[in-house]
Design a protein around this ligand. Structure first.
Ligand code: ATP
Ligand code: MG
Length: 449
């Protein structure tokens, strides 16, 4: 059948130019799936029986060798991701569950499609826009099913990362994993340990950044991968927190998943922090005779666990710092009686750049615990966060300096200069004096130490 989708001019050019030489070329992989789904199309991949050398020669300046598996990149003139042209491949001999011992060029298109992971990813489209679909991918797209190509156990044995790809693609598309395929993931879940931590992290972040992060995480657990990748979270399910007169309705694990579901930030690090903010409750639970349950200082234990997770999954330094900070300080109070300096300390702890995500975590936490999205206290607190940031943070932010002090007060440089500046700073912070030069100089004249 023909696929009726518009393709960019340069895609058309690539197809025509290769075909003219007598070689075969097809659009392949995720973009075909997304075309059937009627999604926006980017990331164009091609497969061909031309060798990488032939492709390089054909595209000259525009092309460059991409990796040792025979992929040639062609520059996208519109600035999008490069076009990737890969020679038909067949792979065999996966002794380490993650990469083929050697790669050989495949004989034909069907062989190339057969080594791909899922039926919905194993379709191709010719230059005439004819769909090639030997494994029933189109029907599976319509049924919203992710199904391994061929024998699922073998496919996951070849490359264990495919198990995470199945869950991640399900979370992105809102699909389910076909019964036999999910059963095979359960049987092979432990093999994910053979995959490099960075690659697991990348898949986990894509899952979290998807449209269905909470359902994706539940699927990850249900498929048996959750306990291998985030074992710390497993212990939170079933940890009760209901106390007489308190608001908790869910156990810690369920509350965590519901918080993730309602987290308004799109950032995967913030979303993971939202999922894991209470993970330390497993270590701090105390039950009293009157039925009360407490978790004092659980955020500190959560932060320690978060740090371990970040190290194990090789987060970048920035990712780790943000993740740990969000978890460490999530328990902030929005009590309106707090002083400005308490609020300033909070901002410093969380990091100015993370404030918005900290609030997104809080909103997730509230909604995930059955509370309303916000409260007048939280709204007031947000206003104060903004207000406090307009004030100077330290003496060096004042619009006057030591020279001004020496002139106005007639003192020589020394510790007294600093004392005057601190007194001025206190006026601004505690008494609302404007941080403006004129006002500061006037005030300075009246201060005596
Ligand atoms: P996205 O780009 O949104 O992550 P995609 O399906 O395009 O999704 P890519 O990682 O870009 O995924 O891979 C392109 C194609 O290569 C896939 O559609 C699939 O056919 C094949 N593929 C990718 N990774 C694997 C794998 N681990 N095992 C088998 N085939 C794979
Ligand atoms: Mg892709």
């Amino acid at each position: 059948m023909r696929l009726e989708v518009g393709i960019p001019e340069q895609v058309r050019e690539i197809l025509d130019r290769v075909e003219k030489t007598g070689r075969e070329i097809y659009i392949v992989g995720g973009v075909v799936r997304d075309a059937i789904l009627g999604k926006q199309l980017y990331d164009w991949d091609f497969t061909t029986n031309a060798t990488p050398e032939e492709i390089l020669e054909l595209f000259g300046q525009e092309a460059f060798y991409d990796n040792k598996f025979g992929t040639v990149g062609v520059k996208n003139r519109e600035g999008g991701r490069q076009f990737e042209i890969t020679t038909y491949r067949k792979e065999f001999g996966y002794s380490d569950n993650r990469r083929p011992d050697k790669v050989e060029w495949g004989e034909n298109l069907e062989e190339d499609l057969a080594r791909r992971d899922f039926t919905i990813n194993a379709m191709a489209v010719s230059a005439k826009m004819e769909l090639v679909d030997p494994f029933g991918g189109r029907a599976d797209v319509e049924k919203k099913l992710i199904k391994a190509v061929g024998n699922a156990d073998e496919r996951f044995g070849e490359d264990a990362l495919r198990m995470m790809r199945a869950v991640r693609i399900a979370a992105q598309l809102g699909f389910t994993i076909e019964e036999n395929t999910v059963a095979a993931i359960k049987r092979n879940a432990a093999l994910i340990q053979n995959i490099a931590a960075e690659r697991i992290r990348d898949e986990l972040f894509k899952l979290l950044a998807s449209d269905y992060p909470a359902d994706g995480y539940l699927l990850l657990r249900n498929a048996g991968l959750g306990e291998v990748i985030l074992p710390e979270m497993e212990k939170t399910f079933g940890v009760e927190q209901k106390s007489p007169g308190r608001h908790h309705v869910y156990d810690v694990g369920t509350h965590s998943v519901e918080s993730l579901r309602h987290c308004k930030s799109a950032d995967p690090v913030t979303r993971l922090a939202t999922l894991m903010h209470d993970v330390g409750k497993t270590r701090t639970q105390k039950t009293y005779a009157d039925g009360r349950i407490t978790f004092y200082n659980h955020e500190m234990e959560s932060a320690k666990i978060a740090k371990k997770v970040a190290e194990r999954l090789r987060f970048s330094n920035e990712e780790e710092e943000k993740f740990v900070r969000l978890v460490r300080w999530h328990q902030f109070t929005v009590d309106e009686r707090q002083t400005d300096s308490a609020i300033r300390r909070f901002i410093k702890n969380v990091g100015k750049e993370n404030l918005e995500d900290m609030l997104a975590l809080r909103v997730g936490d509230r909604l995930g615990g059955g509370a309303r999205e916000t409260s007048w206290r939280l709204e007031k607190y947000k206003e104060r966060l903004i207000g406090v940031q307009k004030q100077p943070f330290s003496v060096t932010d004042l619009k006057v300096n030591g020279n001004d002090v020496m002139k106005v007060k007639g003192v020589k440089s020394g510790p007294r200069v600093g004392k005057y500046l601190e007194a001025l700073f206190a006026e601004v912070v505690e008494k609302g004096l404007a941080n403006e030069r004129e006002a500061l100089l006037e005030k300075l004249a009246t201060i005596s130490l």
